[in-house]
Design a protein around this ligand. Structure first.
Ligand code: RFL
Ligand code: PHB
Length: 389
């Protein structure tokens, strides 16, 4: 089998790249190790920057996003028993959209099926070869048979645990990493959100986040220690813990119900440099991870993919390789700014087990400064809604 671009992974990165390439008449095959149902069952991101919404628009998959997405003009920070609103619209005239990654993925899958583009789901033992030559190869097993896919380029869109980054020799890449001593325990429930906007809460018992997927479906998180097990968290224990970290008004308004998903995500910052190795390009979580506090992971994946799609389109349509040659450099500039912001939001709002009294006072002073200074609010706002490409 042969294609122009072999895409490894059918998460948001791989599916969005596939769609942008299909629109430009470039043939791409996606090789994915899981089934569509498994992928749609993963509950992850919820917040889209306006540039991500624009990318979905360009890919022709924004109809449901415009119809069902909730436009949010600000967020609330909660600490010391008080809530403080950061008004994005007033500060910088921009906003974000609440629309679940599951829905983005569903829309992209439907569009891919609609245009007849090929996706190989349930592929096993996926491996990538010869990407330092002009004739890269992808191998995988499906229904007991070995298959070989020849291509011009490989796009590694296979997430943090994928095979593509691991296939690059250690001597050719440099890894930057920070693992945080805590995770997020998340619950999805068919209950109305506690407030109109997201609440990011810093509390002595730890961080909590009140988010949503729609006006009838909520997504909540509490900071837990890194070794916590989800089995030890009944719904009741989760709701009690969440309520204890909220301000009195939110605690009062919280509507609880049965969880429809409950999971723990570890928090990590990670960057692999460069993001291009010959004719292998890494995009999204395959190349970098941010802690979710800044809501940046999916948005970074989308910006990588836009740069990569433009580079590939210029290469195929005008024989111009400049975009591919500058891919890594352009992505990493944006990636590191999002890494910085996500690390900063995480440091600002979480309780660190080794924090001494000095560290706690600095955290309090920073929150106090932030909510009292329009300049500091503006900095948070422009990073949260997304820096320009
Ligand atoms: P994904 O989504 O991990 O998809 C990778 C795909 O590759 C497949 N795969 C393989 N396929 C073939 N062969 C192999 N060897 C393979 N290995 C893996 C996998 O099955 C999968 O289908 O990566 P992608 O596409 O780069 O997308 C990245 C985003 O999923 C991620 O950055 C976000 O979910 C992060 N994130 C958030 N991002 C935001 O922008 N806003 C948010 O509000 C936000 N909230 C979150 C988040 C991530 C979270 N978790 C669970 C880590 C909240 C949480 C709790
Ligand atoms: C979510 O709704 O899952 C979500 C929202 C904001 C974040 C992280 C996750 O910062």
């Amino acid at each position: 089998m042969r294609t122009q671009v072999a895409i490894i992974g059918a998460g948001p990165s791989g599916l969005l790249l596939g769609q942008l390439l299909a629109k430009a008449g470039i043939d791409a095959i996606i090789v994915e190790q899981r089934s569509p149902d498994y992928i749609l069952g993963r509950i992850r991101a919820g917040i889209l920057e306006s540039v991500t919404a624009d990318a979905l628009e360009r890919a022709g998959v924004a109809e449901r996003l415009h119809h069902d997405g909730l436009v949010h003009h600000g967020i609330e920070l909660s600490f010391g028993g008080q809530r403080h609103r950061i008004d994005f619209q007033a500060l910088i005239g921009r906003s974000v959209t609440v629309y679940g990654q599951t829905e983005v993925t569903r829309d992209l899958m439907a569009a891919r099926e609609g245009c007849g583009a090929r996706t190989i789901y349930d592929a096993q033992d996926v491996s990538v070869h010869d990407f330092d030559t002009a004739a890269p190869v992808v191998r995988y097993r499906k229904d007991g048979q070995l298959h070989e896919l020849r291509c011009d380029f490989i796009a590694g869109c296979d997430g943090f645990h994928g095979v593509t980054r691991r296939s690059v020799p250690d001597s050719s890449k440099r890894i930057f990493e920070r693992v945080y001593p805590f995770g997020w325990l998340g619950v999805l429930s068919d209950t109305p959100p506690v407030a109109d906007e997201l609440i990011y809460a810093s509390h002595d018992r730890g961080f909590a986040l009140c988010s949503m997927r729609s006006l009838t479906r909520s997504r909540y998180y509490v900071q837990v220690s890194a070794d916590e097990r989800v089995e030890d968290w009944s719904d009741q224990r989760f709701w009690d813990e969440l309520r204890s970290r909220l301000d009195a008004r939110a605690a009062e308004a919280l509507v609880t119900g049965a969880s429809i998903e409950k999971s723990i995500a570890p928090l990590r910052s990670f960057v692999c440099e460069p993001m291009r190795f010959g004719n292998l390009f890494l995009a999204g979580d395959a190349a970098h991870i941010v802690p979710p506090t800044g809501a940046k992971g999916l948005n970074l994946a989308a910006s990588d993919v836009l740069y990569l799609a433009d580079g590939l389109i210029a290469r195929y349509q005008h024989d111009d390789a400049t975009g591919l040659d500058t891919y890594s450099q352009k992505c990493l500039r944006r990636v590191w700014k999002a890494e910085r912001f996500s690390w900063w939001m995480t440091s600002l709002l979480h309780r660190f087990p080794d924090a001494d009294d000095f560290a706690l006072r600095i955290q309090q002073a920073e929150l106090d400064y932030l909510t009292g200074s329009p300049a500091a609010c503006m900095s948070l706002a422009e990073n949260y809604v997304g820096l320009p490409y």
